[in-house]
Design a protein around this ligand. Structure first.
Ligand code: PEP
Ligand code: MG
Length: 636
């Protein structure tokens, strides 16, 4: 609410009347006064993601902002906008390194700032930059055109350019009804894919539709707004998000009878498009498409993300390509060959066959144990983060769960004991060998409802096991739920971010006290630690006396060995550095309890032979890498 003489007069006039009514109304009046005369609270936030403050995080930020009754504005340079409206906030074009001010005024202003700051920090830290993928070597003889890889694969087929045909059918729907229907559709798409990266694309489109649609009275007003707003993105970091503006327009128009049809050939084809909309990827998935060339987009555009999720071989390349021409699209080597020679076509087909055969072999053998060439069995477990990924892991051939990241349960709000217990029970039912990691928040993993004290270096602050000092009640409830769900299963409980023996001993004592308090037998459970902090390397002899097992978290271990934040937008560490392998060697020499490895390094093809040589016999990796890693073990 703005501050003006009219507001004051209005308030004073009502003060007189309301004062004599009742207490409830006086309270209401006080809050009105507070709203009118309170100073705005502000804080400054800095964009750290290399992608800038783009559509998806902005939409998540606005969704939270809208839950607070106070007014919220964001200011950058000379511009101040409503921080609850996606489009307004996007118009600030905030890039990495920019700082903006967030002002909150009125009821719950302090709470809003607190929650939005935590949300913004998490959004920035979790916003992964999409790096271009490594291109494999090739031996084509003809002239090649370079392309950036969206999703790997090889295709040889005729080009087909994207064209749309619009038909108008008679439709009784009003503009307002069409908006509501589109919002409902996007909401459903978001809910169904909430846990995946794709989910937030629909949330972003829904927020965008709300912000541009609800302020338009007619379709033509809406259309004009879309054109005007998306024009502003040309040449900015958000350029590739223009397709989302067109997508929400197309979705709304469909409900008004303007059906848009894309014609696809009935034979395998390579699709070339300048403006493929995110929603059109779904239609494309059900055609005979062999590959896709996007001419104007970025690796992190929503169309590219959805192509990747659909597993369609795709690249970005802006070269002019002629319709109906046969081409080679090699999205492993990141090249396109126009009018290829017969020899090159044969090479491409050979590469395609080898890749297909490899995939089929991997898939076929995925449930078989993996033995090295010397006959040593290697246990391949999965890193999972919820029931769906645990089920996917089983289907991919996982022999158990080496790392259940329990944070998924805590993402949006604090889960009840019952919710936790039921979630653990359904995951525990899938495998015999399961390692659960207790809540690992702090650093790159913020939770909106856990307020940790301000820390200049959160990666060196209250993280993982250290939560026992600040939020023991959360850990108590989690351990209680885990113990109750485990029943007679020998579940392994693993603590993250352990840096001293005392920390582990205190935590285990805490766990035993909880078991006693709730009269639960935990004698069959095993307790271990993640090796993520370098100090553990020098304390292994003492740890050997108290832990039941170790799991090496190379993601964090590498970050702490090099003192480079794993999410840092500019600085990079080499996960295959000899320093990391020396640390692993030291662990393998000194540890007398079982050791597994659950960091990303475990699925790295180049690292695998070294890990096996060091004696590591248990790997825990993402479900999608299981079949291939098992095959690599067989040849290592
Ligand atoms: C690690 O640090 O290597 C690890 C597996 O844990 P996370 O990536 O969840 O921090
Ligand atoms: Mg870690």
């Amino acid at each position: 609410m703005g501050f003006s003489i009219t507001n004051i007069c209005y308030t004073l006039r009502h003060t007189y009347t309301l004062c004599i009514v009742n207490t409830q109304k006086r309270i209401l009046l006080m809050s009105l006064f507070k709203t009118l005369f309170s100073k705005p609270l502000s804080l400054t936030m800095s964009v750290t993601s290399a992608n800038g403050f783009h559509l998806r995080p902005v939409a998540q930020f606005c969704t939270l902002a809208k839950t607070f009754p106070c007014s919220l504005t964001a200011s950058f340079k000379d511009k101040t906008v409503d921080a609850k409206a996606v489009n307004a906030l996007l118009s600030l074009s905030l890039e990495q390194g920019d700082s903006f001010r967030l002002d909150a005024k009125g009821n719950k202003a302090d709470k809003a700032l607190e929650a939005l700051e935590a949300c913004f920090t998490a959004l920035m830290q979790n916003d992964k930059e999409q790096h271009s993928q490594k291109k494999s070597a090739h031996h084509y003889l003809g002239k090649t055109i370079e392309a950036a890889i969206i999703f790997r694969g090889v295709a040889v087929a005729c080009l087909h350019h994207h064209t749309r045909q619009e038909h108008h059918n008679k439709n009784e729907c009003t503009f307002k009804e069409a908006l509501d229907k589109s919002m409902d559709e996007l909401e459903r798409l978001y809910i169904n894919q909430k846990e995946e990266e794709n989910g937030t694309i629909y949330l972003a489109q829904k927020e965008l539709l709300f912000s541009l649609g609800s302020t338009s009275a007619t379709l033509s007003e809406f259309e004009q707004k879309i054109q005007k707003e998306s024009q502003k993105l040309i040449g900015t970091m958000l350029d590739s998000k223009r397709s989302d503006y067109q997508d929400i327009l197309q979705r709304t128009k469909t409900h008004l009878g303007f059906n848009t049809e894309v014609i696809f050939p009935d034979v395998p084809f390579i699709f070339v498009s300048k403006h493929l909309l995110p929603s059109e990827v779904d239609t494309l998935k059900h055609t005979k498409v062999a590959g896709v060339i996007l001419q104007e987009t970025a690796l992190n555009s929503h169309t590219a993300i959805l192509l990747r999720a659909a597993g369609i071989c795709a690249v970005i390349c802006d070269a002019a390509l002629t319709q109906n021409e046969t081409i080679i699209l090699d999205a492993n080597a990141g090249v396109i060959l126009q009018n290829p020679s017969q020899e090159d076509v044969e090479k491409a087909l050979q590469r395609q066959t080898t890749e297909q055969a490899q995939k089929t072999r991997n898939a076929h053998n995925r449930f078989q144990r993996a033995y090295t060439a010397e006959g040593k069995p290697i246990q391949v477990l999965a890193n999972v983060s919820d029931l769906a990924s645990a089920e996917a892991a089983k289907e991919q051939g996982a022999e158990g769960i080496g790392l259940l990241r329990s944070e998924f349960l805590f993402k949006n709000e604090k889960p009840s004991f019952l919710i936790q217990k039921e979630a653990y029970e359904s995951i525990f039912a899938l495998f015999d060998d399961i390692t659960v990691r207790t809540l690992d928040v702090g650093g790159d993993k913020a939770l909106p409802y856990i307020t940790l004290p301000y820390e200049a270096n959160p990666f060196l602050g209250v993280r993982g096991i250290r939560l026992l000092q600040t939020h023991p009640e959360i850990l108590e409830e989690q351990l209680h739920a885990l113990f109750a769900a485990a029943q007679n299963k020998p579940i392994k409980i693993m603590f993250p971010m352990v840096s001293s023996v005392e920390e582990f001993v205190n935590m285990k004592r805490f766990a035993q006290e909880i078991a006693k308090k709730y009269a639960l037998d935990i004698s069959h459970l095993r307790f271990g630690i993640m090796i993520e902090v370098p100090s553990v390397l020098f304390l292994l002899e003492a740890f050997n006396e108290v832990v039941d097992f170790y799991s090496i978290g190379t993601n964090d271990l590498t970050q702490y060995l090099f003192a480079i934040e794993r999410t840092h937008p500019l600085l990079r560490t080499d996960e295959c550095s000899p320093v990391v392998f020396s640390a692993l060697e030291m662990i393998m020499q000194k540890a007398t309890k079982p050791v597994s490895i659950c960091g990303e390094l475990a699925a790295n093809k180049d690292a695998l032979p070294i890990l096996l040589k060091l004696g590591i016999a248990t790997l825990s990796i993402s479900p999608s890498s299981i079949a291939q890693t098992k095959e690599e073990i067989r040849h290592a």
